[in-house]
Design a protein around this ligand. Sequence first.
Ligand code: HEC
Length: 489
Amino acid sequence: MRGFVTAYDAKTGDQKWRWFVVPGDPGKPFEDESMARAAKTWDPSGKYWEAGGGGTAWDSLAFDPELNLMYVGTGNGSPWAAKARSPKGGDNLYLGSVVALNPDTGKYVWHYQETPGDNWDYTSTQSMILANVKVDGKARKVLLHAPKNGFFFVIDRTNGRFISAKNFVDVNWATGYDKNGRPIEIAAARQNEKPGDSIPGPFGAHNWHPMSFNPQTGLAYLPAQHVPLNLMDDKDWKFDQNAPGRPHAALGWNTGKFANVEPPKSKPFGRLVAWDPVAQKEAWGVDYASPWNGGTLTTAGNLVFQGTADGRLLAYNAKSGEKLWETPTGTGVVAAPSTYMVDGKQYVSVAVGWGGVYGLAQRATKKQGPGMVYTFAVGGTAKMPDFVQYRMDKLVQGVKYDPAKVQAGTMLYVSNCVFCHGVPGVDRGGNIPNLGYMDSAYIENLDKFILKGPAMARGMPDFTGKLSGDDIESIKAFIQGTADAIRPK
Ligand code: HEC
């Protein structure tokens, strides 16, 4: 993809303007001055325009009516591997940046790049908070940002100047930022020729689950996480090459990296972090067993609410972090709660339901559903619905296979299935079932489910023309072979 932001006339739907995040083919005229400048930071020998370059602005936009500026958080490089896009390096503007645009014209005003030359899928699309804080005794209009790369940024939102940055979780790609706002990189993280744990991994130290800021405590509350992924540059990567072993290459994904060639050395977890942006340090924090927890809500009543991946909604004292209340929700929560008053009564509502990219193949609850909106009030008397036990069948058993095909099946499973269905019998299955726990009839008749199968309307791709009969036999061998290998003897 080549990322862009478009403004439409709200009444007519006519396009008003479009601003591209990354430059296009340098053989053609640039759309504007900001693209001409950006092109100087890309190496044309990488033909980055073929894959698009990336930078998609898929989440947060913010607007300051006084300054008449809108802020765009831009996405990662595509492919992920910097060498595959821009072999001689370069910052690759405006990937991994906060960009200010004039909302009337779509013209570029300033940018601050949080991850120059992104090499790790570090998007900067995460929620932005416009706050007024005192830095060194002076009132400053700032933008608070905690992108995937694990650093908490305070930026002057009038001009894009860097004020400060500090990591809010462990990171292994940079030791910090210099006074000009450039990251001080750890060389080994960029020279990814051997398998290495990427921390944060592509799920990010903070993803789209919104953070909140409380002007009374001066703290930002952010759903942080540690989800390492073992990555290695694919030096033979070619654009749109459907080759076994390349992560989801059969579905048109172009990462330029191999994933989990070796298992990561640490386990994932989540953490609610209460961050003091002025002091750039944690005021308090709470660890969770699972990453991918819900967005946060903070109130003038000195509360922080958050739903969790393990199926709870909690309330904390915003200043001290003391836990005040919790209730089970049945299913994991990824959305942020909201609060409102009707006829003098205060309510807290939250959409409960597991999902998002991490939730495709993973879950942290023993119960599931129903996904619904829950509303709470002091003195509320409604009964909670019945939660259903999540069904984990026994490991698949008895599918006939040729053990010599397991290796080829592993490679095909990586390029066709793994990020949706997870590792058979190892992951627990999220919103998409884990194939290691299926009834054997599904695996025996795998072709009927993957070639124009009955689940297409629910998101199962059609692999007609992509997988041969022999390929399907190999995938079966991998699924049954893995289940047999991990079955307790
Ligand atoms: C883009 C995500 C995605 C990919 C990639 C994918 N699947 Fe699926 N698959 C799904 C979804 C979604 C369903 C339907 C789940 C449901 O019933 O809600 C499904 C259903 C299935 C089912 C039927 C299970 C059932 O309960 O009905 C089988 C078998 C299956 N997939 C096998 C595979 C195999 C083998 C591959 C790789 C060749 C693969 N899938 C790749 C998303 C995916």
